[in-house]
Design a protein around this ligand. Sequence first.
Ligand SMILES: [Cu+2]
Length: 510
Amino acid sequence: MERQKMFAAALLAFFVAVALFAGVQVVTKASAQPTEKTWYVSIGGSLPSYSTDEAFGFYPHMIVIDAGDTIVWTVTSAEPHTVTFFSGKPSFNGLSPIAVLPIPCSQSAPNVYNGSEVCSSGLLVQGEQYSLTFTTPGVYVYTCVLHPGLQGVVVVQPKGAPYPYTQEQYNVIAQQEMAMDLQAVQTAVDSYQVGTTSVSVNSSVYRVAVGYQPQEITTASLSPVGNSGVSGNVTVQVVSSQTAQVKVSLSGLTPGKSYSVQLLFGSSQYGEATGYSPINIGSFTPTSTSYSASFLVHQNLSLVAYTWIELPMAGLYMNVNTGSNTVASGDIMFTDGGIMGFLPSVVTIYAGDTVVWTELEQNDVHTVTYVPPGMPIPEFGTPQSFEAIGNNSVFDPSQYHNSGPLVYGQSYALTFDKPGVYTFVCLVHDEIGMYGYVNVLPRPSSTTHIVNQVTTVMQQTTLPGTTLIQHYNTTISTSTGDKLARVAAVIGILFGVVALAIAAVATRRR
Ligand SMILES: [Cu+2]
């Protein structure tokens, strides 16, 4: 009996101990600090089948985290990028040597961002990561110093605030945003047309694009803030090197009241980014409840630009206010990307013709470089890569030819007098396959030449009629007595020649 009691007491003590221990565990759990989370953002993207089509973005564009959390960025594209927080301080040009060097947030805590320092990852190549821990609630914009249009937003909420999205949801958003950017690049590439000008019977000028990108235009809707009843939309478009056009259309306004329109860094939902000032677009006093107007903004809207306005893809929003109250707002988003290639990649010309390469990508820098046999491809950044040599000269296949870094709108030209196939490379993007070829054919006798030239131009365009023309060409070259097709082809080409002649005369008259 005594033994049984002792056994029961021991059992009870055991259960009490277990209960107490469990209780302590529960208490410990309840009083624990919320766990700091780690979030993932990817940078850039490309389709495997079009490796030179590059999406330029931070995906997701905006991420909302809590103080204490960490973000890890990973470069997923062949194109290198940086993650740089300027915190409103002056940014630097992507071509300056410091652009690619890492900048620690502080000496003691290089990867802890408190919202006011400059922190930069330095150059990150495919697969490389950078991480920052955020300590201070606020709205922060960040950029890639190499591609000024790349801008992202980090919103830091107070510790313990509920998150609007999970990482899984952000992954889906990221995929959608990247797909939209790649689609925009492909659409731009598909619509690109080669420009060719006949200078004389014995020489033509062929224009090749060096990099290409979707047009910088976007429309955003403006939603009422509170119960203002004011809504509308805004279209933002880059119209010249330092000018953007902002077209605003609003309804629900109070006649006689004064309104201001501003562009701000940050997010319409979470507010202004720390360290950045609003860009004032204009003011108006409507005489009716609706109003539309077009404003020109001459201020440089980009964080960093080579020579051209580059609108950030995210982290910019429009605000319509009455001075004290915001009545409508909306995020301005651009699809951002570019082709790291020559368009067309193969250009077929005749001896005596000239090729003019023009940089057509606001977001990036490229070179047009010919490296003669036996010479290694210079590394970008070396003096040799920056050396501009041979512009407007006659191409000599035994010599090094280089445009040096070209920014938007700049050109490089060479005249070819020796038949052959010549390979050109961009020293910035050689590793991702930015190669172009100039195929120089011997100049044929004049009549055949004109026909050939017409068909070459047709083949090099991406117009819908191309397939038809190519079909006719094939018919001519392989014809085995199909007279009708030959006649049709000849008539077609003659029409083409006549049309070109009319166009040439018309151009001259103007
Ligand atoms: Cu390039």
